[in-house]
Ligand binder design. Structure first.
Ligand SMILES: Nc1ncnc2c1ncn2[C@@H]1O[C@H](COP(=O)(O)OP(=O)(O)OP(=O)(O)O)[C@@H](O)[C@H]1O
Length: 483
């Protein structure tokens, strides 16, 4: 099966190579091709998975002739002569990363920073040759989000040390600090740093095995492995790696058996000189519900925190975000937003999305008058006024005249699905809950479903006035109810 997947990836790559020199495929169309995950060939049909209907439409309509021609050119008479597109909104982003090249592992010294000459020599020797068997699993298993890189991370007083430690760990895994423990309140960039370590390490040491996991996923994975008698596969997944990035460790509080599994994983990795990076909302010594031996291990390496960013850093974060989304926003507007939303970067980004959505719906430039109108509706709460997901779900259900069960349930009717996605979006923006936790709340859905809902609603807010209005109206009702 693994061989098949590798073979399929290579066959699809040959099709892409032909398409890359086809004049009919313009730059935006190449963008859509980048969203395709090739799944397999059956009965002469190449099955392709894409994340949404729009991309499916682009493939089926605008690119059909070119793709068929490319298939004819690359797949001989026994291969695929046609293709079928399947929409799967839950494609995870790491699946969409460029195909991993099995032959690109360079000599240990090539392309490495001089600060860490040959740091990965023996380890890379251990992981190569990269066999076909491990390749597809590896490619999907890093679970890294392309958005969260060091390039997109703004350094300020509040996170300078954590950033420097993260870079050092990526440059010299298991040599600088092991474990690296990063703590801080919600929405201050811990997850971003974890992913950035993964990306940077992979760019420095092609072939290095990185795995990002939230503690909730680790727990679920552990429980499933027991239920399905697949303990060996679980161990392999978490121990045959070079860097383990584990997010929100506080979630393991009071889960004795999962902690035990993590304890062994940690020891194995540490003993074999593999890097572990951990994030948490509290420093090790304040983490209750953990055994002392666990807490003391967290203190073996380096402990660093991330704090709430100061005004300058908040402005810089907004500026970077605006640049990466190619938005033209005057400095005074960025400064105004940064002065109004101070504690949480996720909420800061959410506010920018709303401002640009409002401008794009009204086809007006973003200026001070506009930003004041938009922010008027966004009452900011004191730190003591914490919004609970129950408030969000109840208010959303009432607003759409649905029952709470509808939002938790599995109905796929358009109206219920959108209401559910809006509720997920608001849970993400207005609470401290992680993606897996929100997924759990909504009838045990996967965290990728929440990620998808989040992206879909932020996109729809720019395109459909009704959605923008609903999200704005709901936010103010939820916040009013909390005052
Ligand atoms: N310094 C920064 N520069 C640019 N973007 C940032 C920075 N810090 C945080 N962000 C952005 O803010 C959002 C929230 O950050 P992130 O998810 O990493 O927070 P977190 O500390 O892991 O929160 P939680 O504990 O809730 O998981 C992300 O979109 C992230 O990209």
């Amino acid at each position: 099966m693994a061989d098949d997947q590798h073979d399929i990836a290579q066959r699809w790559q040959r099709v892409l190579d032909v398409l890359s020199v086809d004049d009919r495929i313009t730059a935006p169309l190449h963008g859509f091709l980048g969203l395709v995950v090739p799944k397999g060939v059956m009965g002469g049909t190449f099955y392709l998975e894409v994340p949404n209907d729009f991309t499916a439409g682009q493939l089926n309509q605008r690119m059909r002739a070119a793709i068929l021609a490319a298939l004819a050119a690359t797949e001989s008479e026994h291969g695929a002569h046609t293709f079928a597109v399947v929409v799967n909104p839950e494609i995870i982003e790491s699946e969409l990363e460029p195909a991993f090249e099995p032959t690109t592992v360079p000599p240990a010294s090539a392309g490495q920073p001089t600060a860490v000459p040959g740091a990965y020599t023996e380890q890379t020797a251990n992981v190569v040759p990269i066999t076909d068997q491990v390749l597809p699993a590896r490619q999907n298993d890093t679970r890294l989000n392309a958005k969260y890189s060091f390039d997109s991370f703004v350094i300020g007083q509040s996170n300078r040390f954590a950033h420097a430690a993260a870079v050092a760990v990526a440059e010299a895994p298991a040599k600088a600090y092991n474990p690296l423990f990063i703590y801080g309140e919600s929405g201050l960039g811990k997850t971003h740093l974890l992913h950035a370590i993964g990306h940077y390490a992979i760019s420095l040491y092609p072939g290095i095995r990185v795995r990002y996991v939230s503690s909730e996923e680790f727990t679920n994975d552990f429980i499933n492995s027991i239920a399905n008698n697949r303990g060996a596969a679980f161990q392999a997944r978490y121990r045959d790696i070079d860097i383990l990035l584990i997010d929100d460790i506080q979630f393991l509080q009071n889960k004795a058996e999962t902690q035990e599994a993590f304890f062994h994983t940690f020891n194995t990795l540490h003993d074999h000189n593999k890097q572990v990076v951990i994030t948490s909302d509290l420093p090790p010594k304040h983490l209750t519900g953990f055994e002392d031996r666990m807490r003391s291990r967290f203190e073996w390496g380096l402990i660093t925190d991330v704090q709430a960013p100061d005004l300058e850093t908040r402005i810089a974060i907004l500026r970077k975000k605006a640049q990466s989304e190619r938005l033209q926003i005057p400095d005074e507007v960025l400064e105004f937003i940064a002065s109004k939303v101070s504690s949480n970067i996720r909420e800061l980004e959410g506010t920018l999305i709303r401002v640009t959505a409002f401008a794009s719906l009204n086809r007006t430039p973003v200026d001070m008058a506009l930003v004041q109108t938009v922010l008027k509706d966004l009452i900011t709460l004191d730190d003591d006024n914490v919004i609970s997901p129950v408030d969000i779900i109840n208010t959303t259900a009432a607003y759409f005249k649905l029952s709470v069960e509808d939002l938790y349930g599995s109905s796929r009717s358009q109206a219920v699905a959108i209401a559910r996605q809006i509720a997920m979006y608001l849970c993400r923006e207005l609470t401290n809950l992680s993606l897996p936790k929100i997924g759990q709340l909504f009838g045990n859905r996967d965290h990728t479903t929440v990620m998808y809902a989040n992206k879909k609603i932020s996109d729809l807010m720019q395109e459909r006035r009704s959605i923008y209005n609903q999200v704005t109206e709901l936010t103010s009702r939820i916040k009013q109810g909390n005052r």
